[in-house]
Design a protein. Structure first.
Length: 383
């Protein structure tokens, strides 16, 4: 009897061990619970290496481009630029001012030995001598008339001669003044002066050459290069987006990472029928002198400060069919696919008109990585 009980006890232990082993095996093979799959959402594990490719940033409203970048050209500002020629003929007798010289209004640019000036000086001297003679004659005729020695017509003739001589003096004197020549000067020299302050940006004259007033090319161009003009051609379909006083942002190839401000100061009143464009002139400050006339510029026309929108990089957008999509970060590990509408698509960014709100967190980089992960999770290649 004892032997039978011992045998039953051992069988019981064996059955218990088998059941325990089966239970342990079942626990080890039980799958880890996964979050429910939601269409359009992607889950990345906290330690997923794919998270290194996903960059997230908060969205905010900002001024936005109104149209694709325009191309413009930087020119001299004509209001502070002077193309200077000589009003008289003559030979250059001194070394002209060199290129790049900073001059003030009234500064001498070159000197001429001028027959025209010598003639003007001689005319003035002759008129002065004639005036003195006519003045003495008129005084003598007055005395004779008072003594009743001459007729009134002789006095009137003397007065007319005196008035004519005085007018001739004024005429020759005004000519000297126009040439900025002193009435006491008599050497036939002429000093060509700058009418504006600025820098000598062009010089087309050398020592010893003969110059004439009818010369086609100016002798000098003087301009204040701290004030430039930006010219751009705007297609007629976009001209309504350009306003007087509008602020523009320009970039030039010489400084690709720097933005320079410009302001619309004139909108052309004539449409070029061949190109269907209107010329727009903009004021372009150049306080440090880095911008140069002749440079080409890329121009961005931005909205007004009260007209703001969501602007995102194109790296955040992927297209499927006829629709555009982005991913929004719901938390650190969950991302939601969302359709958006793009109002203006530029080279590297897009202006969003529908689908995104300020304050949301957008996947700026890595959208395609998340899209590939979504296909794996859902087993589908469609959103």
């Amino acid at each position: 009897m004892p032997h039978q009980r011992k045998k039953q006890f051992l069988c019981g232990l064996l059955v218990a061990a088998v059941l325990t082993a089966c239970s342990d095996s079942a626990d080890k093979t039980q799958p880890v619970p996964q979050p429910p799959k939601v269409k359009g959402e992607v889950h990345l594990a906290p330690d997923s290496p794919k998270k290194a490719y996903v960059k997230v940033a908060s969205l905010s409203l900002t001024q936005h481009p109104l149209l694709e970048p325009l191309t413009g050209k930087i020119n001299y500002n004509e209001s502070v630029t002077s193309r200077i020629s000589s009003p008289v003929a003559g030979r250059v007798i001194a070394i002209p001012v060199v290129l790049g010289t900073q001059v003030k209004a009234g500064s001498i640019l070159l000197e001429l030995d001028s027959p025209d000036v010598a003639a003007a000086e001689a005319d003035y001297a002759k008129a002065q001598a004639d005036l003195i003679l006519r003045s003495k004659s008129f005084t003598r005729q007055q005395e004779l008339y008072e003594g009743k020695a001459i007729a009134q017509k002789d006095l009137e003739q003397a007065q007319n001669d005196f008035n004519g001589a005085r007018s001739e003096v004024r005429r020759t004197q005004d000519k000297l003044k126009n040439l900025r020549i002193s009435a006491q000067q008599s050497d036939g020299r002429f000093a060509l002066r700058s009418p504006v302050s600025g820098i000598v940006v062009e010089r087309n004259v050398n020592p010893g050459i003969e110059v004439r007033p009818d010369r086609e090319m100016p002798l000098f161009v003087v301009s204040d290069t701290k004030k430039l003009t930006l010219l751009m051609a705007v297609f007629e379909v976009n001209i309504a987006k350009i306003k007087l006083g509008q602020k523009l942002s320009i970039v030039v190839p010489a400084y690709p990472n720097e933005i320079f401000p410009a302001t619309v100061e004139y909108i052309g009143q004539v449409l070029d029928e061949k190109t269907r464009t209107v010329q727009v002139r903009c004021d372009l400050p150049n306080p440090d002198g880095r911008l140069l006339p002749g440079m080409y510029a890329s121009i961005t026309v931005n909205s007004t400060p009260d007209d703001q929108a969501i602007v995102i990089p194109l790296t955040a957008v992927f297209t499927e069919g006829d629709a555009d999509f982005v991913f929004i970060a719901l938390d650190e590990n969950r991302y939601q696919q969302r359709p958006v509408e793009i109002g203006l698509r530029l080279k590297d960014k897009a202006v969003i008109t529908k689908g995104l709100q300020s304050g949301e967190k957008l996947v700026m980089e890595g959208a395609l990585t998340l899209r590939a992960e979504e296909e794996v999770e859902t087993g589908s290649d469609k959103p």
